[in-house]
Design a protein around this ligand. Structure first.
Ligand code: MF3
Ligand code: CO
Ligand code: CO
Length: 266
């Protein structure tokens, strides 16, 4: 399947879906605190999506080939969990770092975004990992323009991570998005400048680097979903859905609570 280029009408729908995903992240951020369970955060997101927004939580029962259906409406990944954490009975405690990954479907189109949250005060090391990972995502986003290659994004992200002493998770990548949750192309978070597919206006994809404080190696838990660092080092991830425009990029997953880009981005 080739990469789909979105029409102006489709782009308008994607903007709505993207904003709604970001608004779930705004909303749930007000509920992240010590003592709350990840299951409770899931339920708050689910009810907000279904009852307030009229969106469909894309993760719920999502079952790519080889996976059992994902049982919840968002992913919650704590500390050394890299991604795809299943919300449940775990109670957040002061110093935890948490990724919440939200994907909504609105009028047939997907919006996919994740953010990091601090529970109370993080350690200096945890704060630095979260901030550097945000910079890594933005270094990737800043490469997006017609004619750029996917390898340019990957190289920028990898360089940012490794210059800071961190490593990039290889097994999971960003992805095209639209009517389908995961479409082509695959957007690797490592690579070499000038390699890979050339970008064209109308492409929509996510950039969602997973950065480990220690080694890159991961393993999957017995629940069939949760990914953790093999060395138990902390891991962080941020995700935006972006559009390739005639002159550069547009971030589609924006809301009132979206953090501004870091100072390095022109
Ligand atoms: N939202 C994740 C992504 O960014 C995918 C989660 S799949 C799920 O691609 F089934 F775990 F929800
Ligand atoms: Co996501
Ligand atoms: Co994604």
């Amino acid at each position: 399947m080739p990469v789909s280029l979105k029409s102006d009408e489709e782009i308008a729908s994607m903007r709505v879906a993207g904003r709604l995903a970001a608004e779930v992240l705004d909303y749930v951020g007000g509920h992240v605190r010590a003592g709350v369970t990840t299951g409770r955060l899931n339920d708050l997101c689910h009810d907000y999506m279904v009852n307030v927004q009229g969106t469909v939580p894309a993760p719920l029962n999502y079952a790519p080939p080889g996976y059992k259906p994902f049982p919840k409406s968002v992913c919650t990944s704590v500390n050394h969990q890299v991604c795809h954490g299943i919300p449940g009975e775990r109670t957040l405690k002061p110093g935890d770092i948490l990724n919440i990954d939200v994907t909504v479907i609105k009028d047939g189109y997907h919006g996919d975004s994740s953010r990091m949250y601090f529970v109370g005060e993080p350690s200096i090391q945890a704060r630095r990992l979260v901030e550097v990972t945000y910079e890594c995502m933005w270094r990737g986003i800043a490469q997006v323009r017609p004619g750029a290659h996917l390898g340019d994004l990957g190289a920028a992200i990898q360089q940012c991570a490794e210059h800071n002493g961190y490593s990039v998770v290889r097994e999971f990548c960003g992805h095209g998005i639209g009517r389908k949750f995961h479409e082509e192309p695959q957007v690797l978070h490592y690579g070499r400048q000038g390699t890979g597919m050339a970008l064209e206006p109308g492409m929509t994809f996510t950039i969602e680097p997973m950065i480990n404080a220690g080694k890159a190696a991961i393993r999957e838990l017995a629940d069939g979903w949760t990914i953790v660092t093999k060395d138990h080092s902390l891991s962080a991830q941020w995700e935006h859905t972006v559009l390739v425009t005639a002159t550069g990029f547009e971030v589609m997953t924006q809301s009132a609570g979206t953090q501004p880009p870091p100072a390095i981005v022109p």
